[in-house]
Write a protein that binds this ligand. Structure first.
Ligand SMILES: C[S@@+](CC[C@H](N)C(=O)[O-])C[C@H]1O[C@@H](n2cnc3c(N)ncnc32)[C@H](O)[C@@H]1O
Length: 234
């Protein structure tokens, strides 16, 4: 029997692989070297790597990411009958959470679906996003489309809400173009809600310049992952 399950992928599988290889190499060196100082240094290295692996696993665990997407949707307060866009949707986590939460809505999830080495997300394909929407029974409300955040294939003033979860901190090349495009496709009075762990002040400054206003912030605790949700209006 083929029982498919919803899966939103894990982050940084490549990094995890390298860290695990690092631990194994250190353990082998501990066995090989007799010197106490070298052994102590290697033991500290093993413990540090294990701690980082634990943090990555914890921060990217599916229940935690599902919880974060629910908090983001709660914070965004989307209205019934809204037309919404999730930029950098990956395996559809936020697009699907929006579709589950809002009656009579239409959600479009766009992504370049870059491979794991660039996106940091395992199984990052449109097919996996589509499958998740089907398994969550919202496929009739969500449409996935291949597109680049820096050149959105939509008319001006189209969306009541635009979201970008775990995209903007890592979108280094062309981030200004993406922000301008998001502003362009957001309806007047519509909202843009995004997460950021490290670029809050820079992003708020750029978005204010574009014309976004009435900023609100929600800072998550360490338990949910050290990130801030930002909401602004056009
Ligand atoms: C860390 S993942 C986050 C995925 C999803 N938002 C989530 O919360 O699970 C970042 C996503 O942004 C996508 N991405 C990166 N650059 C992009 C661009 N220029 N346009 C659209 N998507 C992009 C990647 O392919 C990847 O799926």
């Amino acid at each position: 029997m083929n029982e498919e399950k919803v899966s939103y992928g894990i982050y940084s599988p490549g990094v995890l692989g390298i860290l695990i290889i690092g631990i194994i190499a250190c353990l082998i060196l501990i066995l090989v070297f007799n010197d106490v100082v070298v052994r102590n240094v290697l033991t500290v290295a093993v413990l540090s790597l294990a701690f980082i692996i634990g943090l990555i696993f914890y921060g990217s665990s599916t229940p935690l990411r599902v919880k974060r997407s629910e908090l983001l949707v709660e914070f965004a307060k989307p209205k019934e009958n809204s037309v919404m866009l999730d930029v950098g949707t990956g395996r559809g986590l936020v697009a699907i959470t929006l579709a589950k939460a809002v009656k009579n809505c239409k959600v479009i999830g766009i992504d370049t679906w870059s491979p794991v080495a660039l996106s940091g997300l395992s199984g990052n394909t449109m097919e996996n996003a589509q499958r998740n929407a089907e398994l969550e029974n919202v496929a009739h409300k969500v449409k996935f489309q291949q597109a680049d955040a820096r050149k959105l294939p939509f008319e001006d003033n189209t969306f009541d809400l635009v979201t970008a979860h775990e995209l903007l901190d890592t979108l280094i090349v062309g981030r200004d173009e993406a922000l301008a495009e998001i502003y362009r496709v957001t309806k007047k009075g519509g909202k843009f809600v995004f997460s950021t762990a490290v670029s809050k002040f820079i992003l708020v400054k750029k978005l204010s310049k574009l014309g976004f206003k009435r900023f609100e912030f929600m800072r998550l605790g360490l338990r949910e992952g050290p990130t801030t949700f930002v909401l602004c209006r056009k």
